[in-house]
Design a binder for this molecule. Structure first.
Ligand code: SF4
Length: 353
């Protein structure tokens, strides 16, 4: 436990409950031959230290683009067209973007933040390990690149991290092919933790794993989150992962956040028809058996998104206003926001609130 304690002390030295991240009206478009893909439009949310936020929605709804915008890992054809990202009290977009809104990969300020302050676990990250280098050496290298410590100190830290994520420390000198899929993913989590970052963004961290290993890794991440008070964004299409691990939640649809609040708010008192559909399409292992409901249709092409409410072509409650006017974001209860013309009505009708 000494290792857990040491890292927990480091994290506690930071102010508990302080705001870590605030995203305001983020707009990100991709330029492709056929035109502009309006991938994210007006995303907003905030996280305090110790929060874990689930960012959920179907594939292609802008979740990864949002994560990449925060860590500034966007490709060259992505343009941040508007909005602000406050990280640890500083607005970072104004300090780091190129004048045309693209990410400056060589920006010194961002280079210092990335990995040390904001770390990222990529989709399928376990396949990102270099096959010809020992796994432990790859993590040591990441530490040496950002901190003035000697190699022996870095190796000791990697051993501590291995214990923390449930890998025997003597596996530090193995190559990636000697690890199982679960171990590789644990190693990636260890790498993400290596520099005690303030924020970890985990993009579909368990998607490539079988359900048993998935469950173990999620259990591990939940334990680490509680013991270390980590601040995390979990990007996933699997709403059950959010229920298990996150205290906050933002639901994305077609590039917009349509509902956000605490996980309890949204699971118990959802007020957006898309969230209702998303929750209805997942099985529950408690309560009565019920038929799972699929959301009809598929997400729109963001080259030319629908007018008005972007969900209107699939929404069973759509009215004329939904086709012509973009809905405002309404606070249906303290801290619970819903982007729908009829949010308050649904909130009352569905939950008697
Ligand atoms: Fe459905 Fe209209 Fe609400 Fe959009 S604004 S979710 S179309 S009811």
């Amino acid at each position: 436990m000494a290792d857990v304690k040491r890292i927990a002390e480091l994290m506690e030295a930071r102010k508990p409950g302080e705001e870590i991240l605030r995203v305001e009206d983020l707009v990100v478009h991709y330029k492709i031959r056929a035109g502009w893909v309006r991938a994210v439009e007006g995303a907003k949310f905030s996280l305090n230290r110790g929060d874990t936020m689930g960012l959920v929605g179907e594939s292609g709804c802008g979740k990864t683009t949002t994560g990449y915008s925060i860590a500034q890992l966007l490709p060259d054809n992505a343009y941040i067209k508007g909005g602000k990202i406050h990280f640890l009290g500083e607005e970072i977009l104004s300090k780091t973007l190129l004048p045309d809104g693209r990410v400056d990969k060589f920006n010194e300020y961002m280079r210092k933040l990335r990995w040390k302050r904001i770390s990222y676990i990529f989709q399928g990250a376990m396949n990102a390990l270099n096959p010809v280098l020992k796994v432990g050496d790859q993590i040591v290298e990441a530490i040496l690149a950002h901190e003035k410590v000697d190699e022996e100190t870095a190796r000791e830290r990697v051993k501590e991290l291995y214990k923390l994520v449930g890998i025997p420390p003597d596996r530090i000198d193995n190559y990636p092919h000697e690890y199982s899929g679960g171990m590789k993913q644990r190693a990636m989590i260890a790498m993400a933790l290596a520099l005690n970052p303030d924020l970890i963004i985990a993009d579909e961290p368990t998607t490539a794993l079988d359900v048993i290993v998935q469950d173990k890794i999620l259990g591990e991440m939940t334990r680490l989150q509680r013991e270390l008070g980590m601040t995390m964004i979990i990007i996933t299409h699997d709403i059950s992962i959010v229920a298990e691990i996150a205290n906050k939640m933002s639901v994305m649809y077609a590039g917009q956040i349509v509902e956000r609040g605490t996980t309890r708010h949204i699971f118990k008192r959802f007020a957006h028809p898309y969230t209702k559909g998303l929750l209805g399409s997942f099985p529950s292992i408690v309560g009565e058996k019920r038929r799972l409901e699929a959301i009809p249709g598929s997400p729109p092409n963001l080259l030319n998104p629908p007018s008005g409410c972007r969900f209107h072509p699939r929404c069973p409650y759509a009215q004329e206003i939904c086709r012509t006017e973009e809905p405002p974001e309404v606070e249906v209860e303290p801290g619970h926001f819903v982007k729908c013309h009829f949010a308050e009505k649904f909130f009352k009708e569905w939950h008697g609130g």
